[in-house]
Design a protein around this ligand. Structure first.
Ligand SMILES: [Zn+2]
Length: 196
């Protein structure tokens, strides 16, 4: 008998319970539990729902989470449409616009500022050729992303999911407001307006 099944306090990985998913999010699973999850003969058909439900109870707001896009950011169904929201409640706006445009940014473009975060100077980006951009949430000051790019390079749009295809074709649960217009990058509409 495995250590998982020998301990009555442990969940049974062949019954992926909400409690097990919550413990997974907490990072509390043992290696044996992880191993058994990886060896499940078939995946739970409702595994995405269980995962999103576990996330939903952790946040302090009620908008439905449609997808998690990073450790702290979610695409939610809000009255204004599909938006990006931080777990602290900060709203970044329409999910079709790169959320980084609404974040706080700290740029490291000098040798002293860059070597603050690179232990080995030989591997550090060279000022003038590259810069480090750190993006922070205006609501909770959590660091949300870091990118190393040439100066002037547009903020990298890390993830623009096709939510309608995912919910319709993979989950068999089409979203009520499904429309082709949802799957489009609107970032340039915002940046173009800044020229005026
Ligand atoms: Zn936040």
């Amino acid at each position: 008998m495995s250590a998982v099944h020998a301990d009555e306090d442990c969940d049974r990985p062949d019954d992926v319970s909400p409690r097990l998913v919550a413990r997974m999010l907490d990072g509390d699973l043992t290696w044996e539990e992880w191993r058994q999850l990886l060896k499940l003969p078939r995946k739970d058909p409702d595994r995405v729902k269980k995962y999103l439900d576990a996330l939903q109870v952790r946040v302090g707001w009620s908008e439905r989470i449609l997808m998690r896009i990073s450790e702290h950011l979610f695409i939610v169904q809000s009255p204004a449409g599909r938006s990006v929201k931080c777990d602290c409640g900060q709203v970044f706006g329409d999910y079709r616009v790169n959320w980084k445009l609404a974040a706080l940014v700290y740029i490291r473009d000098t040798a002293p500022s860059i070597t603050e975060v690179y232990r080995c100077k030989d591997f550090a980006p060279e000022p003038g050729w590259s810069e480090i951009r750190e993006y922070y949430c205006p609501g909770c000051a959590t660091q949300l992303s870091v990118e190393v790019v040439p100066p002037g390079y547009p903020p990298i749009f890390e993830f623009l999911p096709d939510l309608d295809t995912f919910y319709r074709d993979w989950l068999d649960e089409p979203l009520p407001d499904a429309a082709p217009a949802w799957y489009a990058d609107h970032t340039c509409r915002i940046t173009a307006s800044w020229r005026d």
